[in-house]
Design a protein around this ligand. Structure first.
Ligand code: PHE
Length: 340
């Protein structure tokens, strides 16, 4: 009996070394602890022993059964851990691997410029007002000091819809709507689409403008210049300078054209700025007294400035685009270069 037990212990020890899966382990276990297994056979063999030997033999068999169970349980634990480790290794995800990008869209460069401008001016305390695109003659012209028979209308190639209505020529119409509904202090930004009967490499029949209007006591042209300097530095670079040139708009007096120092050559003169060192970006001026009066604001108490810029033009300068039509053709190969 003792010999048999020793052999079983040895066999189990050796068999265990060859086991690499839980299935193999289970099969080995059955050979010894299964109903017809070797240890179970030992228990059954007890019957053939003389009664006085049975207790001692029973203890030996019980011991070897307990030992074997322990061995199998320990190996089972080990194999479980190994299997889990192997599974983790095979299911490991390499998070540094470049993903397959879904063909998502990108923000249009004009929208990018608009968002950036709104951010810059909102940071200076401007509110945003969006007026209607189909506008009345009064808001687009008359209230802006351009009466029906005024020669200044010749400056503007307008789409008339019929009756009193037209497609707004400029976001300046928003100035009137704001000043009619709100009294100073006013600090408002008015972005939106405008329409002109005009089409070539730098003009489009529909484009976007951003109007700015500030009205309060003691506002001067100097405030306009300071604010535009800040805008130019934030929108382009800290080296960008602004320059005001005298100009004419019926709704501002005095009126100015605002130039930025050329980013391409730093002001020395190059092909982009046509050798002048400056690039024209927007129109501006002090709000004409007549316009303030039209909106019920006393021009002897309040003054203000206004400016209006074309968003396509800003985008063209910022991204080095040389034909405005690229912005409207919606060629995805062009547009996706401006992902933000
Ligand atoms: N509305 C003018 C334009 O479209 C620009 C402008 C706005 C000029 C505000 C002066 C003040 O050309």
């Amino acid at each position: 009996m003792k010999e048999k037990i020793e052999r079983i212990r040895r066999e189990i020890g050796e068999g265990m070394q060859g086991v690499t899966t839980r299935k193999q382990l289970f099969e080995l276990k059955m050979q010894y602890l299964g109903k017809t297994g070797a240890i179970s056979a030992l228990s059954k063999g007890m019957r053939d022993l003389p009664p006085e030997e049975r207790p001692a033999a029973g203890k030996l068999v019980g011991d070897v059964r307990a030992w074997a169970e322990e061995q199998f349980a320990a190996r089972e634990e080990e194999l479980k851990k190994e299997e889990l480790a192997a599974r983790y290794a095979s299911e490991k995800i390499d998070v540094t691997m470049p993903a397959h990008l879904a063909g998502g869209g990108s923000v249009h460069p004009v929208s990018l410029v608009k968002q950036e401008l709104v951010d810059i001016f909102a940071g200076m305390g401007f509110d945003v007002f969006e007026g209607p695109e189909i506008e009345q003659d009064y808001y687009n012209f008359q209230a802006l000091n351009i009466p029906a028979d005024h020669p200044a209308r010749d400056m503007q190639d307008t789409f008339f819809i019929g009756g009193d209505f037209l497609l707004r020529w400029q976001t300046s119409s928003g100035q009137i709507r704001v000043m009619e509904s709100k009294k100073p202090p006013i600090k408002v930004l008015s972005p939106g689409r405008v329409y002109r009967s005009d089409s070539d490499a730098t003009h489009s029949p529909m484009f976007h403008q951003m109007e700015g209007l500030v009205v309060d006591k003691g506002i001067t042209l100097n405030d306009l210049k300071g604010m535009l300097d800040e805008f130019a530095r934030r929108m382009f670079s800290s080296e960008t300078k602004t320059r005001l040139r005298p100009s004419y708009f019926p709704f501002t007096e005095p009126s100015v054209e605002v130039d930025l120092s050329c980013r391409n050559c730093g002001g020395k003169g190059c092909r982009v700025c046509k050798g002048t060192g400056w690039i024209e970006v927007l129109g501006a001026g002090m709000v004409n007294r007549r316009v303030l009066e039209n909106c019920g604001i006393d021009p002897d108490v309040y003054t203000g400035f206004a400016f209006g810029m074309g968003l396509e033009r800003i985008a063209m300068i910022k991204y080095g685009i040389n034909d405005i039509r690229l912005l409207f053709e919606n060629d995805v190969r062009f547009l996706k270069q401006f992902r933000d």
